[in-house]
Design a protein around this ligand. Sequence first.
Ligand code: FES
Length: 150
Amino acid sequence: MSEHRCTHCSRRGFVSRLVGAVTTVSVLRCLPAWAEGRKVAIPLEKVPQLKRVGNGVLLRGVKGHDILVIRTGKETLSALDPICTHKQCEVAYERGWGEIRCDCHGSVYSTGGVVEEGPAERDLATYPAYLDKKRIVIELPSETGDEPSS
Ligand code: FES
């Protein structure tokens, strides 16, 4: 197990901004997290938006991956590749609608990444993810080129 410690990022340096209905959080070098093999764990206290069921956060730079994480239930969450399977625009989680939308051509996905409206024909890729005590654990693809499952 290794723990990431950022020497040049203060708590104030932690970037969090609200973009539409989803919060984007840059975790690149600034979020304390540990990694063990392909798993990354992020303390829930560092992503307080995810303490509330129904909220979503776009985590940027999680070991080189951008991951859309949605708190789908008290004990559950969904972690998805935020790249639309139609023509690779970035999707956004719409909390009010409880769905993920792509503004480029109008595809709509469920919070689990399943296509609900096209033109996209394939579901969003997903990452295995779960809550472990007060941490979000996400299993990343191996560095040998595995893609998240879809
Ligand atoms: S790129 Fe998302 S709907 Fe076309």
